[in-house]
Design a protein around this ligand. Structure first.
Ligand SMILES: NC(=O)C1=CN([C@@H]2O[C@H](COP(=O)(O)OP(=O)(O)OC[C@H]3O[C@@H](n4cnc5c(N)ncnc54)[C@H](OP(=O)(O)O)[C@@H]3O)[C@@H](O)[C@H]2O)C=CC1
Ligand SMILES: O=C1O[C@H](COP(=O)(O)O)[C@@H](O)[C@H](O)[C@H]1O
Length: 500
């Protein structure tokens, strides 16, 4: 998040260079950074994989990805030619130590050609079981020996539970110093999520209200219309709680709930966020059923199209009990948030694709207006729409035009579309930050471990009960009825379901 374009020469090594993430997200992000002038003057991208490809095959594969997935669409041919001159393929097996010797030679050759020891960015776009081989060999061949300029980006899932996350942190720390480790959570790179910090800490207006005295409850919804797609075998070992709540939704919660940082330094921001994580009340096993609900989609209709249930998806056990929906009610035990419920929910195959934060303010303490005048007066509400709609809306009450005093809800809207050119993709922001050595939007080891700690009681309670009445919501709906009941107990409703 620092500004300034001059970046040191950089070598980017992508483990998993032939994989889906590289094609769908990483290369489009690097390419868009390149055409927008953000890449270092001297850079190379080396993709690693076992697939038997020449450089030309590899580039053709990446080009297909750009056409399909880049936010800017089909690349300009001349620009693509310039960009791909810096891209090469290195056929290798992660588990083969000899491959790292070859890689070391390649890296050294660039240093010699450029006359400078380039920064090195190792991107682990690989399944978790390969991380150990990659890091051990990076260490053995001293590929990342300069803590101030060599970095590693680690993709999700970061562990399977707290124990495995701790073990992974320990493994990484044997090769890298914490400042070199960039644990990615792509939600933190989203423009609208970053703007939570600007909105809260660059304006004096909301801060005095941002607490238990004025806020009734907070909701974070990440609803997807897509199902599990072709990731059934991954998702079967994950589920919505691990896949989304443990990382993206808890990170968003931290942005909303954190105290004001004294500076915009990475460590300061991360300290304030981890404070929130530590203050989240841990559920006792016997409370889990009261504060957390899960669901799994059955067949249904999305946008006029019939779609199968989760159990019919490829790679999924036909008797699977994996949750595709999770909703939790959390409390933050500190002065600011005591007693304010934070409702987090996420699901696949929901009625709409929408990620949104609702800050519901308390009603006025006394109604000055008669019931006839007040009409449908509603308490103030701030809605931060993350995607696909990107805006911030403040609902307030105004007088209806006319000769009588009669009230109506009104809205003030900040709409990104009216003031931005094209919004960068999360991966563009995050990759640029990693090249700059700015870890503000990446997760620190303690944050990840605390996040696992928050969900551990839920995980354990859910794993100990396997006879479920799944599927319990139809694709194309807002999830199981139990999620409505969860918050109805406090007299609340999910803001988006009724568009209230
Ligand atoms: N795809 C996505 O949208 C997202 C992915 N992620 C995470 O990113 C990581 C990668 O995911 P994704 O790209 O989808 O996975 P893919 O299965 O598409 O790709 C896996 C990559 O790993 C490589 N690989 C596997 N085994 C070896 C080996 N022994 N030696 C060398 N390379 C090997 C494959 O190369 P080859 O076959 O050529 O050997 C391939 O490039 C995962 O951790 C995933 O959870 C996170 C968020 C979203
Ligand atoms: O990390 C993940 O995120 C996606 C949703 O990301 P978005 O940017 O499209 O909101 C989710 O589909 C996937 O299951 C999960 O692994």
């Amino acid at each position: 998040m620092k500004s300034g374009r001059k970046l040191a020469p950089t070598i980017i090594v992508i483990f998993g260079g032939t994989g889906d993430l590289t094609k769908r997200k990483l290369i489009p992000a690097f390419y868009n950074l390149y055409i927008d002038g953000w890449m270092p003057e001297k850079f190379v991208i080396i993709g690693l994989g076992r697939t038997q490809w020449t450089d030309e095959d590899y580039k053709e594969h990446l080009h297909e990805g750009l056409v399909e997935f880049s936010r800017k669409g089909k690349p300009d041919e001349a620009k693509w030619q310039q960009f791909h001159a810096s891209v090469s393929y290195f056929e290798s097996n992660i588990n083969d130590p000899e491959a790292y010797r070859g890689l070391a030679d390649r890296l050294d050759a660039f240093d010699q050609e450029w006359g400078v020891r380039a920064n090195r960015l190792f991107y682990l776009s690989i399944a978790p079981q390969f991380i150990e081989a990659a890091t051990v060999n990076i260490s053995k061949y001293e590929l990342a020996s300069r803590p101030d300029s060599d970095r590693i980006v680690v993709e999700k899932p970061f562990g399977y539970n707290k124990q495995t996350a701790v073990a992974l942190n320990r493994l990484l720390s044997q090769t890298f110093q914490e400042e070199q480790i960039y644990r990615i959570d792509h939600y933190l790179g989203k423009e609208t999520v970053q703007n939570i910090l600007a909105f809260r800490f660059a304006n004096a207006l909301f801060e005095p209200l941002w607490n238990r005295n004025y806020i009734d409850y907070i909701q974070v919804t990440v609803a997807e219309q897509v199902g599990v797609e072709d990731r059934g075998s991954y998702y079967e070992h994950s589920g919505a709680l691990r896949d989304m709540i443990q990382n993206h939704l808890l990170q968003v919660l931290c942005m909303i709930a954190m105290e004001a940082p004294i500076s915009f330094q990475a460590e300061e921001i991360r300290n304030r966020k981890v404070d929130v994580m530590r203050a989240i009340r841990r559920l006792r096993p016997e409370e889990v059923h009261k504060y957390a609900v899960r669901g799994q989609y059955g067949p249904g209709w999305i946008a006029g199209r019939k779609v199968p249930g989760y159990r019919e998806e490829p790679g999924v056990d036909p008797r699977s009990n994996t949750e595709t929906y999770a909703a939790v009610q959390l409390y933050i035990d500190n002065w600011r948030w005591q007693g304010v419920p934070f409702y987090l929910r996420t699901g696949k195959r929901m009625q709409e694709k929408t990620s949104s934060i609702t800050i519901q303010f308390r009603p006025v303490p006394h109604s000055t207006f008669s019931p006839t005048q007040a009409g449908n007066i509603m308490p103030n509400r701030l809605t931060i729409n993350i995607q696909p709609t990107m805006d911030i809306r403040l609902r307030f009450t105004a007088k209806k035009q006319g000769l009588e005093m009669s009230l109506n809800p009104a809205e003030m809207v900040f709409d990104y579309d009216t003031c931005s050119t094209q919004t960068p993709e999360a991966y563009e922001t995050l990759l640029l930050d990693a090249m700059r050595g700015d870890a503000t939007l990446y997760m620190r080891s303690d944050q990840v471990e605390e996040a696992w700690d928050v969900i551990t009681p839920i995980q354990e309670a859910w794993e100990s009960r396997d006879s479920l009445d799944f599927p319990n919501y139809a694709a194309g709906t807002w999830g199981p009825e139990s999620a409505e009941a969860l918050i109805a107990r406090q007299g609340h409703i999910w803001a988006l379901n009724l568009h209230t």
